[in-house]
Structures are given as structure tokens and as C-alpha cells.
Write a protein that binds this ligand. Structure first.
Ligand code: ADP
Length: 492
């Protein structure tokens, strides 16, 4: 039997170890699925200080000790710790790159006290990329593919093509770089270039607008690029709004760019088996979903009104997610017969906006401004509608979770939201959600109004819920597309 393809998946976030957003869910679920499909895949992330607090299965065994990783004129000592990530029948090897000075901190990228990025994020992620390559050599494990994700890992393909180009160990190794979000680029002053220790001729390739740009390094040097939906793969080649200044770079590499939609972990996000929600249900017992609504409203201290739709949001509170539209539309939304729940954390201005609004409309609106995994499940199960008015959305996971839970998404037609949500036609009883095009509060309000109107006709609403619940966004289909890409890259 042929040897299985060996893959090292490198990501700055992996559930259940470290998470600020969808990247963590995607990393874990994709890797577990690829493993189930027969590849030898292992995963690597930094050993953040916060990980020790995670009630996960962290074994924390030391695998390598005292490895040396050069960054600028300094040599950092690194340990590699080893653990496992578990699926139902699966156990994937996890490596954690450990240096207490750089990563033994509570935040992943941002100092929770100052709410600012750590000033040495350049050093931290140079160390990470270089450390991964040094570790593999020390360990003698030679993956066929190193699959990198987002700016934190952008320098790794550049290292493979430069400093490690003539290294026999990496002769056959190919790199894949997945774009989860173009807006986060890892930009640092020109002085960072010297710290990378990359050869001088690479400088123009990784500089952008006079800044060292880690994302650009990944885009320029990886053998293959992927983006997390087909729509987003197209969008990021178009305008500044989508390409965030790197649209021409992406366009130049379009022949090597593939859009592959994310899936969801249906073991974790499934209303029929979800241990976190008050009342399990499925498509046949959809009437029982209301028990979750009653419980959620009680938890959020809102009155239960059977005929009033509950609209919810679970999100990072960032500009990307459309909170400026919500700010503009809030008073008009509150005039409708709806209730509104928001779970999120992020930018201070949105914390203030939402807190103020919840005080103003105490019987209609409630907010939880924190990160709360359990409440996120309660919200998916207990809400009637889920609002995602994103300015842009590479893939989006919550609309996929929502559909699975019969919670109807109201989304802006962009990126993965446009690709995965099918517009409702109430008279035909088709579609899975409500989409609006222009990025305006008026267009968003119009979509909310339509959803509220259809909700009043419970028979049609049930049809829409069933359509949504029947959609298959499990990882298997997408994971197979990644495997096809690996095979093509390796000519197997
Ligand atoms: P992004 O990666 O841009 O943040 P996604 O929709 O792809 O957006 O993924 C967001 C993930 O993070 C989802 O799993 C969502 O449930 C989760 N999430 C975001 N904010 C919170 C929060 N405050 N509490 C719990 N989960 C959250």
C-alpha cells in the first residue's frame, strides 16, 4: 500500500487549545477530517500561556528541549510540547512550540490589559515559523505538505523557498497557504525585515507600502493558495475593500488560488446531539426547539413572547461584522416586534453602543459582552433568526451553525455568506435565509422586515427551517477538495 500523504498543519489557533475566532474551529475540524480520510496529519501551534487554563486534554509532554531558533541577532531557546486532539474515533498529534518569554502570556495577539497588540508580535511569529522548520528537522519527521494559515504563518513558505531551499530535508516539501481573512496582514516596520534573517533579495517581495507584510510573504511564496470560499477567492482579486491592498498580489497568483468553502464540525454543532443546550431536537421534533428559546430568554432576562421572533448575533465585535449598520438601524429595529440578543466581545466602541442600547430597550434587547462557548450554543438553539450583516465575510461559520439548528440566517450577500445561504422565496417555500446586497442599514432593515413577515406565517417558516437543516455543510466534502489539491501538488 502506498504511504499516506504526510501533512503538518500550522495554525496560530486550534480548538480546544486556543481560539479567538473561526480559524480555531476550522483548524481542528479540517485536520480531524483529513485524518479520518486516511492522511497522516499532525498540527502545530504556539504554546500560549492561556493554554494551561484550558480544560482540554493537554498532556504537556516535552518532546524536544533546548532547540535554538534565531530571530535577528538573538537566539531563542525553544521546547516542543506534545499533546493530542480528539475526535470521536480519532486522535491527532498536536505539537506546541514553547518559549515562555514570547508566548507564555495570557493573550494570543493582544495584551488583555492594554487591549493593544503585543509590540513584539513580529518576533513572536518569526520565531514560530522558523521554529516549526527547525523542529521538523530535529524530530526527523518529513511532511510532504506544510499547510499554513493566515499571516501568522506567512513567513514559513518564504523560508522554505529561501533559507531552506537547498536543505535536503525539505527537498520534496510543498507549502499550501490558506487565506482565512485578508484584513489581518501582520504588518510591521521595515526594521522587522532584519529580524526575519531572510536574504536581502526577498525584501521587495515581502514589503508592502513600506511595511514588512507577513501575509504577503505567504501569498508570494506558497506553492498553492486557498481561500475559504469560492466567492471570497474571487472577491479578494477585485477591489481594495476586499483585497485590503493586496488584490494585485492575489491576482498575479490567481492560477494557483483555489476557493474551498469551510465545513462545520457536525459532532459539536448538531441540535440532535448537542450536550450543551437545554433541549435537544431534530428536523422531526422541531417543535421542541422553543424550549431552548424559553430557556435562553430567561437566561438573558427577557420576557418570552411566542409570536415575537428572537434575532441573535454571536460575533467578534469588529468593523468587519457590520456593527456600524446595527448602530444606525437599532432604533428602527426596536420599533419592530422583535427581540434581540447579542453575544460578543471586541472593540470598545461596540461594547459601549450595545450596552447603551440594551439599557434603553430592557424588554427587547439583551447583551452578553464576553466569550462564552456554552451561550453560543444556547443562542444557536434558542433563536429564530441569526443576523450577520458583514462588510465582508471570507466564509463565516455561524450562518452554517444557524442553518443546522433551524435558526434562519439574515446575511449580507458577500463571500461565504452569499455562497452558503440560499435566498428565501416565501411563496414557493424555498431558500434557507434572507440576503441583502448593498452595505446599508436600509437594506439590512428591509431583509429583517421580510424575515419577520415570513415568520408570522409559521407554516412557511417551518419549511424554510427544514430547508436550512437539510443543508449539508459537513467537512467531508471540503476536506476531500484539500486532499485533491495535495495530491495534485505532489503528483500522486
Ligand atoms: P470570525 O472567524 O471572523 O470571527 P466566524 O463566523 O468564521 O467568524 O467564526 C466565529 C467563531 O467564533 C464561531 O465559532 C463563533 O461561534 C465563535 N464566537 C465568536 N464570538 C464569540 C463569543 N463572544 N462567544 C462564543 N463564541 C464566539
Amino acid at each position: 500500500m502506498a504511504k499516506p500523504i504526510q501533512v503538518l498543519f500550522v495554525s496560530s489557533e486550534v480548538e480546544p487549545f486556543a481560539k479567538t475566532g473561526g480559524l480555531a474551529d476550522v483548524s481542528a475540524a479540517l485536520v480531524l477530517t483529513i485524518y479520518n480520510l486516511g492522511l497522516e496529519v499532525r498540527i502545530m501551534l504556539p504554546r500560549y500561556g492561556s493554554i494551561k487554563n484550558t480544560p482540554s486534554r493537554l498532556h504537556d509532554m516535552i518532546r524536544l528541549q533546548g532547540m535554538e531558533v534565531p530571530v535577528g541577532d538573538k537566539i531563542y531557546k525553544a521546547n516542543v510540547k506534545s499533546s493530542f486532539m480528539f475526535g470521536t474515533f480519532t486522535k491527532v498529534q498536536v505539537y506546541l512550540l514553547d518559549n515562555a518569554e514570547l508566548f507564555g502570556r495570557p493573550g494570543l495577539y493582544i495584551n488583555p490589559d492594554t487591549k493593544r497588540p503585543y509590540p513584539d508580535n513580529d518576533v513572536r511569529f518569526i520565531f514560530f515559523c522558523r521554529g516549526v522548520l527547525e523542529m521538523l528537522k530535529k524530530m526527523g519527521w518529513q511532511p510532504d505538505i506544510i499547510h499554513c494559515n493566515d499571516w501568522h504563518t506567512g513567513l514559513l513558505p518564504a523560508y522554505l523557498k529561501t533559507l531552506y531551499k537547498n536543505d535536503k530535508f525539505y527537498k520534496k516539501t510543498k507549502s499550501v497557504f490558506t487565506i482565512h481573512n485578508m484584513a489581518y496582514q501582520g504588518e510591521f516596520p521595515r526594521s522587522t525585515f532584519a529580524k526575519t534573517l531572510l536574504p536581502p533579495e526577498t525584501e521587495p517581495l515581502i514589503m508592502h507600502h513600506d511595511k514588512v507584510n507577513f501575509l504577503k510573504a505567504g501569498l508570494m511564496y506558497a506553492d498553492v493558495l486557498t481561500a475559504v470560499s469560492e466567492k471570497y477567492a474571487e472577491e479578494i482579486q477585485t477591489t481594495e475593500d476586499y483585497g485590503c491592498g493586496l488584490q494585485e498580489v492575489v491576482k498575479k497568483r490567481s492560477r494557483h488560488l483555489h476557493g474551498i468553502i469551510n465545513g462545520i464540525d457536525v459532532e459539536k454543532w448538531n441540535p440532535a446531539t448537542d450536550e450543551l443546550i437545554p433541549q435537544k431536537y431534530d428536523i422531526k421534533t422541531l417543535d421542541e426547539k422553543v424550549e431552548n428559546k424559553i430557556a435562553l430568554l430567561q437566561k438573558m432576562k427577557l420576557p418570552y413572547k411566542p409570536k415575537t421572533p428572537l434575532i441573535s448575533i454571536v460575533s467578534r465585535l469588529a468593523d468587519q461584522k457590520g456593527f456600524d449598520l446595527i448602530g444606525e438601524a437599532l432604533d428602527k429595529m426596536m420599533k419592530m416586534d422583535i427581540q434581540f440578543v447579542v453575544l460578543g466581545t471586541g472593540e470598545k466602541k461596540y461594547h459601549q453602543l450595545l450596552e447603551k442600547a440594551a439599557k434603553k430597550y430592557p424588554t427587547k434587547m439583551a447583551v452578553a459582552l464576553r466569550f462564552d462557548e456554552v451561550l453560543a450554543h444556547w443562542i444557536e438553539a434558542g433563536s429564530d433568526m441569526f443576523l450577520m450583516p458583514s462588510r465582508y465575510e471570507p466564509c463565516g461559520l455561524n450562518q452554517l451553525y444557524s442553518m443546522k439548528y433551524g435558526t434562519i440566517p439574515i446575511v449580507r450577500a458577500t463571500g461565504g455568506l452569499d455562497e452558503t445561504v440560499e435566498q428565501v422565496h416565501a411563496s414557493k417555500g424555498t431558500g434557507t435565509g434572507f440576503k441583502f446586497g448593498p452595505y446599508t442599514s436600509a437594506a439590512m432593515l428591509e431583509a429583517i422586515r421580510k424575515a419577520v413577515d415570513v415568520f408570522a406565517d409559521q407554516e412557511t417558516w417551518r419549511k424554510i427551517q427544514r430547508n436550512a437543516m437539510l443543508k449539508d455543510y459537513s467537512w467531508e466534502v471540503s476536506a476531500k477538495k484539500y486532499i485533491k489539491l495535495y495530491q495534485k501538488l505532489l503528483h500522486v
